[in-house]
Write a protein that binds this ligand. Structure first.
Ligand code: ADP
Ligand code: MG
Length: 494
């Protein structure tokens, strides 16, 4: 199959040739003709297999004729994070260079003025995070009555609790006659039921069963100690492996992102931190430095789990096991993209064993242990813990267990077998219908909040609390400020 067989415009086909794509990926080959036929599409394909171009190329073709009016965009693309929205914007610029379309990016954390100017001129394509888009709408700077094409990228995330009120509202503001396109690598059943409300007579284009991990990713799990110091040592041991060229390290909580970042910086790794409470300028800078190789490690919250396309990430490391199995699929999908190979290593503590089981169930794939595996007793004891501590409330469910406050190493054999320590400390995983409103990364419509300090060189002083928490944290600076000779010569230094 060739791009020229898909029905795309001449301009788009020429640009694709110039970009260097020789043939469409399976999702592109299947979805593009349906989109060009004006069908609503629910598109499911593994991470890193070209879903962005699956909707961008036909939209560019369709928008080639016609003109946008002031403040009335012709198409709307919603993304869950600012970084992903910015990336989709770059894709439109790349693929749309032969068209004279106006593309606007509306994301939080940056000035309104420039965004307003572009809206005033009339945008053919509007790419946005929901919160900022609604801000513009409420200021009377934007009308959605002429939107013909409505795309929701990372659709299951966008229809999850944190975003759904915004999405429902936005969808009511767009004409019923629009064409709607939803894309993701995962689509839990209960979210799909919701998704159907937004679609009319859709065609489901499913290249691989939802939640299938990309086959370019080698997955491993490491049995890690629960004690926080020991766990960080375990992380450093993994990073010391010669195959790790660069890596994204995921932690579940912003606080832990900061702690791990600082700890790795102290140990002279080339590292940056990224989470949703950082100033947008710092978020962009860290990401840019990781992309261009100035930083070799990126410690991140789930703000980096979805959609980001950084071509040469050799490893993804789950320092914490994600709370939702789908997040695992997306996190590890930051490596092994566009046919390249990559490795995902997940650190599983005694407490995490059942989360691992939940992931293996969703992905329908066992993950191989690297090194020592938990014993049968561990498996049994860990799975017995489920539910005894009661269900977490919605408000704090997303925060997960506060393991690090415990101090004790819950891998002590006595605890492991009896499960006594863990049962009191670890809340049960929320059931599907109790999916937490994960506002941490959500650019949802909400009043502006002051942006706390970011873990970059802007916060070069260690906090007293951090010191108290862990003795191996002392003063740190960004990688740029660490003289080269101090950087470790193996693995993750320049
Ligand atoms: P997904 O959204 O499915 O995770 P992306 O749309 O981000 O994946 O694409 C992943 C990478 O694949 C991008 O770097 C993109 O440039 C590249 N890519 C997309 N389509 C093709 C193609 N037909 N041939 C080669 N590379 C492609
Ligand atoms: Mg994508």
């Amino acid at each position: 199959m060739l791009f020229s067989d898909l029905g795309l415009s001449k301009k788009v086909t020429e640009t694709i040739e110039e970009v260097g794509y020789t043939e469409p990926t399976p999702i592109q080959a299947a979805a593009i003709p349906e989109i060009l036929k004006a069908r609503d599409v629910l598109g499911i394909a593994q991470t890193g297999t070209g879903k962005t171009a699956s909707f961008t190329l036909p939209l560019l073709t369709k928008l080639e004729t016609g003109r946008a009016r002031a403040r009335m965009p012709r198409s709307l693309i919603l993304c869950p994070t600012r970084e992903l929205a910015a990336q989709v914007f770059e894709n439109f610029e790349k693929y749309g260079k032969r068209q004279k379309l106006s593309v606007a990016l509306l994301i939080g954390g940056v000035a309104f003025k420039d965004q307003e100017r572009i809206l005033d001129r009339g945008a053919d394509v509007l790419i946005a995070t929901p919160g900022r888009m609604m801000d513009h709408f409420e200021r009377g700077k934007l009308m959605l009555t002429r939107v013909e094409y409505f795309v929701i990228d990372e659709a299951d995330r966008m229809l999850d609790m944190g975003f759904i009120p915004d999405i429902e509202r936005i969808s009511k503001l767009i004409p019923f006659t629009r064409q709607t396109l939803l894309f993701s690598a995962t689509m839990p059943k209960e979210i799909e039921v919701l998704a159907e409300k937004f679609l009319q007579n859709p065609v489901r284009v499913e290249v691989a069963r939802a939640a299938t991990t990309a086959n370019t990713i080698t997955q491993k799990v490491v049995y890690a100690p629960s004690g926080h110091k020991e766990k960080r040592q375990c992380l450093r041991d993994i990073l010391g492996g010669s195959e790790v060229k660069n890596a994204i390290i995921f932690a579940n909580r912003k606080k832990d992102v900061e702690i791990i970042f600082k700890s790795l910086a102290v140990h002279k790794f080339s590292v940056g931190g990224l989470h949703g409470d950082m100033a947008q300028s710092a978020r962009m800078e860290v990401l840019a430095n990781f992309k261009n190789g100035k930083l070799l490690l990126l410690v991140a919250s789930d703000v980096a789990a979805r959609g980001l396309d950084i071509p040469n990430v050799s490893h993804v490391i789950n320092y914490d096991m994600p709370m939702q199995p789908e997040d695992y699929v997306h996190r590890i999908g930051r490596t092994g993209r566009a046919g390249r190979s990559g490795t995902a290593i997940s650190m599983v503590t005694f407490d995490d064993i059942r989360q691992l089981k939940a992931i293996e169930k969703v992905t329908e794939q066992p993950i191989e242990w690297q090194g020592e595996a938990p014993s049968e007793d561990d498996f049994e004891a860990s799975s017995k813990i489920r539910g005894r501590a009661g269900r977490p409330s919605r408000n704090n469910a997303h925060r997960g267990p506060d393991r690090y406050k415990l101090g004790a190493d819950s891998r002590k054999p006595a605890n492991r077998k009896s499960g006594k320590t863990e049962k009191a400390e670890r809340p049960a995983r929320p059931a599907r219908q109790e999916r937490p409103a994960r506002t941490e990364n959500a650019d949802v419509a909400k009043p502006a909040q002051p942006e706390p300090k970011a873990p970059t060189n802007e916060t070069a002083k260690p906090k007293a609390s951090a010191k108290k928490h862990d003795k191996d944290i002392i003063a740190f600076g960004a990688h740029d400020h660490i003289p080269d000779f101090l950087l470790r010569s193996s693995g993750l230094t320049k």
